[in-house]
Design a protein. Sequence first.
Length: 304
Amino acid sequence: MASTYTSNTGIEKPGSGEQAGTWGTTTNNNFDIIDTAVHGQVEITGISGDTDLTTSDGAISNGANPVIILQGSPGSTFQLQVTPTDQHKHYNIKNETNAACRVIYKGVSYSTSNGVEILSGASAAVTGDGGGGVNGVFKSLTQTTEVVKDTSPQLGGNLDVNAKNIVFGNSSGASDDRLAFGASTDLEIYHDATDSIIDNSTGALKILGDDIQVKNGANNETSAKFIADGAVELYHNNVKKIETTADGVDIVGDISLTGGSGWRIHVDGNNELVFSYGSATVAKIGTNGAITSENDVTAFGTVA
């Protein structure tokens, strides 16, 4: 009777009366196969495209190892094709190539329901049902850590960005590329390809701080300052023009009334309050209270 082989690992089972005088050799080879199947690890190098993972009867082969390390530069998604297709398989696979790997039975057309995709640099435990032909299915035994594939990811602690950025694209609507806060998405922060927007729909939008400054894009000019228990300051071209005080408001420079009307009020070099229209001075009030008019004065009523 000829030898037969175990279904999943290809361990030889000599037939009755077979291999007289060579049982020791066969037994030792079988022990080696068992040792490989239990503790074996293989590096498959030089991968450039689809690659077969084969288990051969009566011999140590790559497919008998439970730990598979993939190396190479395929440049695009490739398939790790397990054969024979009627063997149950359990693998821990580390993908060290530069592309995603899809684990399937050979001859099966890959889909997410019959194969497992392992991204470049990732690892996964997979199991195959030995369905045979085009019916075999591989499933992942690894809880997903790929956020793209997890439709309800949750953090168990603080997120460490590891010196990287969290990058958002341009938002085309409420369902994409936005930071959202509140039970009813009450506050959103996003960029719409034209403008950057902070959208608050519930309650007040409060900016808290003891020294709040509004700066230009280069962070070298000030537009406004809001100082706790102190002034509110407004600037023009990085020069302070208005400042609130305990007594009221301090203004640096001229006051133009109803923009474009031509009327201006300012203090001149003699500390006189000057009223101008266009470029012409109309009247002045001196520090002693004297009023000077540059033209006739028309009075109504009694002049004392």
